[in-house]
Write a protein that binds this ligand. Structure first.
Ligand code: IPE
Ligand code: IPE
Ligand code: MG
Ligand code: MG
Ligand code: MG
Length: 330
């Protein structure tokens, strides 16, 4: 099993480097610099490149070649980076991937437009291939983007709501995060001319892994080591986000603790120096473990969708990927 693990890691790294090379080319020799310099700044700041790898692995699992999926892989990473730049504006975030966010490094208008340019070039890359399934690929990409906008809007709306249920939270993260993971798997599958059954299996995997991924992002937001995480730890509490941990804490707490959590909603967030107190409350209430349990539950649900894949080796690759995601610290 250990041998297999290093085999999958080597495959991931090899393909990640290929995506990296193509991302480097994507914005090369373009003008004006005022537009592309900040776009390159975010793009080359060292993301995990999970979404392009989902495209590539899904194409492989549907019997296709990596080589046919690189342009789409680049497109989804560009789209992802667009969402990050705009998300950081919306979330008042100063730090991303261990660096200043684009709107902090430059300014607001620069960041808005840099985001727009990333989205535009993403479509350019998607349209580079004229395979039989271009219509499906474009449909899926566009649907993913619409979902992200809806999810992000819900995320902002939730900041101001007194009552948000866990079900509503799940719907919100299905849209803001899981829809894009699902989209990546569907695009990869379509490029490889997958059967309906394979597309459905990979889509189900992507969606559930995306839900697990966002709950884990919520967990890392309070529990991570900041230099590894690359983002400001505690930011969700400061912004008054309705994360999985926050909603669980609200549900489980009693008396004074519950009043304190209610107070966060009233005050629309907390002060920086209150982060340790609320982290301690999260620990006391056991919501970090609750989040862990949910991450594992959705990860297993994701893996259960893969029974229609033809090759055991591809299933094992996704098992490895899921396992590495659960263990990630950034
Ligand atoms: C961050 O995505 C946004 C979320 C959906 C949580 P990633 O954690 O994949 O960010 P990078 O691309 O690796 O920086
Ligand atoms: C963002 O969720 C999801 C996106 C669509 C970008 P978060 O706001 O939690 O992502 P991070 O933590 O800032 O990366
Ligand atoms: Mg956000
Ligand atoms: Mg954010
Ligand atoms: Mg987050």
């Amino acid at each position: 099993l250990n041998g297999d693990k290093s085999k999958f890691l080597a495959l991931y790294e090899r393909e990640r480097m290929k995506v990296e090379e193509r991302l480097n080319d994507a914005l090369k020799n373009r003008e004006p610099h005022s537009l592309y310099k900040p776009a390159v700044y975010i793009l080359k700041s060292g993301g995990k490149r999970l979404r392009p790898l989902l495209v590539l692995f899904s194409a492989k699992a549907a019997g296709g070649k990596f080589s046919k999926a690189y342009n789409a892989a680049v497109a989804v990473e560009l789209l992802h980076n667009f969402t990050l730049v705009h998300d950081d504006i919306m979330d008042n975030a100063d730090k991303r991937r261990g660096r200043l966010t684009v709107h902090k490094k430059y300014d607001l208008s620069t960041a808005i437009l840099a985001g727009d340019s990333l989205l535009s070039v993403a479509y350019e890359y998607l349209l580079k291939d004229s395979g039989d399934h271009l219509k499906e690929v474009l449909d899926s990409f566009t649907h993913g983007l619409v979902e992200v906008c809806e999810g992000q809007s819900m995320d902002k709306d939730f900041e101001l709501l007194n009552e948000v249920s866990i079900n509503e939270y799940i719907l919100m993260i299905e849209k803001k995060t899981a829809a894009m993971a699902e989209m990546c798997c569907i695009i990869g599958a379509n490029i490889a001319c997958a059967s309906k059954q394979e597309i459905k299996a990979l889509a189900g995997f992507g969606k559930n892994i995306g839900i697990a991924f966002q709950i884990q992002d919520d967990l890392l937001d309070i529990s991570a080591n900041e230099s590894e995480f690359g983002k400001f730890v505690g930011g969700d509490l400061v912004e008054g986000k309705k994360t999985y941990l926050f909603l669980k804490a609200l549900e489980k707490s009693k008396g004074k603790d519950k009043k304190d959590f209610r107070g966060i909603i009233e005050r629309k967030g907390i002060k920086l120096d209150e982060i340790p107190k609320f982290k301690a409350l999260y620990c006391k209430l056991g919501v970090l473990e609750d989040a862990r349990d949910e991450i594992i539950r959705y990860s297993n649900k994701a893996l259960s969708k893969l029974k229609y894949l033809k090759k055991q080796e591809d299933r094992e690759l996704f098992i490895w990927l899921t396992d590495s995601l659960i263990k990630r610290n950034r």
